[in-house]
Design a protein around this ligand. Structure first.
Ligand code: GSH
Length: 209
């Protein structure tokens, strides 16, 4: 399998970390969405990452759809998501909040580096959405006493929160400067200390359009 994208993207990083936890061999093509847009477009017309190229050349896009396939490959013993029921629904919501927050951080980042006439309205809206989502995640995490979000084993929710938090901090310096989300920070620190997170990380490189 070939994973196209760089680890400064929370979506790409999350997929790479899952591949590592699942012991699935892969090659990374660290293409930039802007600098390598033409060749990226030959695999994914949206020119977005992550893009995963399978052995038979089938191309998967969207981190959630890619992880759905990787979960299938991992099998029931290794999979990092409950197979059905309330725990699966709750975990998918936690992941949606974390990845949605990362989406808003990407929007905010692009607004500030790509546009000459920035929209104060949009910037404020993104900041509010990010802050409110972190508040909701913090309250949920605070209500749980398990080492990881959904039990004794690390899962997709933990990985998603850690990847999203790091990206939000690096892409928008100052955005998360206060310590308003201590439980989330603690969880992210636990994750970031693991070799698999360290080995699949990259300091954010702003796109060069
Ligand atoms: N919903 C997508 C989001 C992926 C995404 O936004 N990737 C960014 C990099 S962090 C990207 O490709 N940006 C280029 C663009 O949107 O044109 C997913 O989960 O895969």
């Amino acid at each position: 399998m070939i994973l196209i994208g760089q680890y400064d993207s929370p979506f790409v990083r999350r997929v790479a970390i899952a591949l590592r936890f699942y012991d699935l061999p892969f090659e990374q093509w660290p293409w930039s969405t802007f600098g390598d847009a033409e060749r990226l477009g030959t695999y994914n017309p949206l020119r977005r990452v992550p893009t995963l190229v399978l052995e038979d050349s089938e191309v998967l896009i969207e981190s959630a759809a890619i992880l759905d396939y990787l979960d299938e490959l991992a099998g029931p013993d290794k999979v990092m998501l409950a197979p059905f029921g309330p725990e699966r629904r709750h975990a998918l919501k936690t992941i949606a909040l974390a990845m949605g927050m990362a989406d808003k951080a990407v929007s905010l980042f692009y607004e500030q580096i790509l546009r000459k006439d920035r929209s104060a309205l949009w910037i404020e809206r993104c900041r509010t959405q990010i802050g409110a989502t972190l508040d909701a995640l913090e309250a949920d995490r605070a209500a749980r006493s398990t080492p990881w979000w959904y039990g004794d084993r690390i899962g997709h929710a933990d990985i998603a929160v850690a990847c999203a938090l790091r990206f939000a901090r690096e892409s928008n310096p100052g955005l998360l400067k206060d310590n308003s989300w201590p439980r989330l920070q603690a969880l992210a620190s636990e994750c970031e200390a693991l070799p698999v997170f360290i080995e699949n990380s990259q300091t954010l490189t702003p796109p060069k359009p």
